[in-house]
Design a protein around this ligand. Structure first.
Ligand code: SF4
Length: 353
C-alpha cells in the first residue's frame, strides 16, 4: 500500500496518475484475475488518479469501472469500436454533427481516469495532440452553420485542459452569435475534484457554461467531490449528471436512489440514466433493456421527481438519445431490442438474453 505523500494539487494528481499494474498495487491488492488482465495487451487505456484510487480501495463497485479485467477482451454480439456511429457524422477533425441544432466538439483525447466502458474508448488516451490552433476549421464550420444552437465540448475530458486554453476555446465559441448553449462534458469533479479552483469557476461562469457530469455511484460522492460541486454551484454553474447503467455496479434501486439523492444534495440534477453503449468489450457491463425499464419504473412516483433522470438508449449508429418509459416502446427481435427514435426511424440495440 502506498505511503506516498498525497497532494491536493490537481497538477500533482495528473503527474502522479497510476498507469501501470505496479503503481496500482501500491494502492490496492489486486485479485489474481485483475493481475492476469495486465499481463496481456489491455485493449482500453488505463489510468487512475490517486484521488480515485483512494475511493476504489473502499468500493467494490468503483473498482470494477476502472481496473482492467479479461472480460474486456471479448467482443460481444453487435459490439462496435464506434457504437454511436460518430465517425459517420464527423464534420471536421474535432466536430461530430449528428443532431440538427447540436454539435459535439472533441477538444481533447485526455482523461485523468479512464472508464472501462467508455463509448469513445477508440480514441481516449490515444496520443492525438490537440491545441487551440488546430480548432480553426471547427470554429469556421460552426460559424457557417447557423442552425447550430448548442455546443457540447467533450473528448476526453475538457476540464483537464488549462484555464487559459479553456478561456480561449470558450471565448471563441461564445463569439459565435447563433450559439445559445455551451456545455462541457466532464468527470473531473469526481476523479480530480482538486481541479475545481476558483479560477476555473470564474472562467466557466464568465462563459455561462453548463456542466454535464458523469457520476455512476454514490461512493463517488467523496467530501472533496461534494465541496467541488458546491463551489461550482456557488459560482452559478448549472450542473446535470449522466449515469451509465452498469451491471454489478449500480443496477439496483437502492444504489440509484442513493446516488440521485446525493446528487441533488450538491445541486446536480440527475439528467440521464444511460443504457450502456455496445462498445467493444462491454458485455460484462451491460444489463438488458428490460432491466433498465424495471429500474426506472421503480423510481417514478416512488421518489422525488427531481431525483429521477430519463432512462435513455443512445440509438446505435447515430439515431440520438431515445427516452424509454415502458415496455410498450420496444419490441424484441432475437438478440435485438428494436425502437423508434425522435424522427420515427427504427433502431436496434444488441441485447442478447
Ligand atoms: S471520463 Fe468520459 S471520456 Fe473519459 S474515459 Fe470516462 S467515459 Fe470516457
Amino acid at each position: 500500500m502506498s505511503s506516498k505523500i498525497f497532494s491536493n494539487d490537481w497538477k500533482w494528481q495528473i503527474a502522479n496518475r497510476i498507469a501501470s499494474r505496479a503503481q496500482l498495487e501500491e494502492y490496492i491488492n489486486l485479485t489474481a484475475g485483475e493481475r492476469a488482465a495486465f499481463e496481456g495487451e489491455i485493449p482500453l487505456s488505463f489510468a487512475v488518479t490517486p484521488h480515485y484510487a483512494g475511493l476504489i480501495r473502499k468500493s467494490e463497485a468503483l473498482r470494477k469501472t476502472v481496473i482492467p479485467t479479461a472480460a474486456e477482451n471479448r467482443v460481444g454480439t453487435g459490439e462496435l469500436a464506434d457504437p454511436l456511429g460518430e465517425e459517420n457524422h464527423r464534420a471536421t477533425p474535432h466536430l461530430i454533427h449528428t443532431y440538427p441544432d447540436k454539435v459535439l466538439f472533441l477538444a481533447t483525447t485526455f482523461c485523468s481516469t479512464y472508464c472501462r466502458y467508455c463509448t469513445r474508448s477508440r480514441m481516449v488516451g490515444k496520443p492525438l495532440a490537440f491545441d487551440v490552433s488546430t480548432f480553426d476549421e471547427t470554429f469556421r464550420y460552426i460559424e457557417e452553420h447557423t442552425e447550430i444552437r448548442d455546443v457540447l465540448i467533450s473528448g476526453g475530458d475538457p476540464l483537464t485542459m488549462t484555464d487559459s486554453v479553456l478561456e480561449e476555446l470558450l471565448s471563441r465559441v461564445r463569439n459565435i452569435p447563433h450559439v445559445r448553449m455551451v456545455r462541457i462534458g466532464s468527470k473531473v469533479p469526481v476523479v480530480l475534484p482538486q481541479r475545481i479552483t476558483d479560477e476555473l469557476c470564474s472562467v466557466l461562469r464568465k462563459h455561462r457554461v453548463w456542466l454535464s457530469l458523469h457520476f455512476i455511484h454514490a461512493d463517488e460522492l467523496s467530501p472533496e467531490t461534494q465541496s467541488a460541486c458546491r463551489k461550482l454551484s456557488d459560482h452559478g454553474i448549472g450542473m446535470v449528471s449522466q449515469t451509465v447503467l452498469l451491471k454489478g455496479v449500480n443496477d439496483d434501486t437502492p444504489s440509484l436512489v442513493n446516488l440521485f439523492y446525493g446528487l441533488l444534495e450538491i445541486n446536480v440534477k440527475p439528467y440521464y440514466l444511460l443504457q450502456c453503449d455496445p462498445v467493444q468489450g462491454s458485455e460484462h457491463f451491460r444489463t438488458t433493456v428490460e432491466k433498465g425499464i424495471q429500474l426506472i419504473q421503480s423510481l417514478h412516483g416512488h421518489i422525488c421527481g427531481l431525483a429521477v433522470p430519463q432512462y435513455v438508449i443512445d440509438a446505435p449508429g447515430g439515431g440520438g438519445k431515445v427516452p424509454i418509459l415502458g415496455k410498450e416502446q420496444i419490441r424484441r427481435e432475437g438478440d435485438d431490442v428494436v425502437f423508434l427514435n425522435y424522427l420515427g426511424k427504427e433502431y436496434r440495440y444488441p441485447d442478447p438474453l
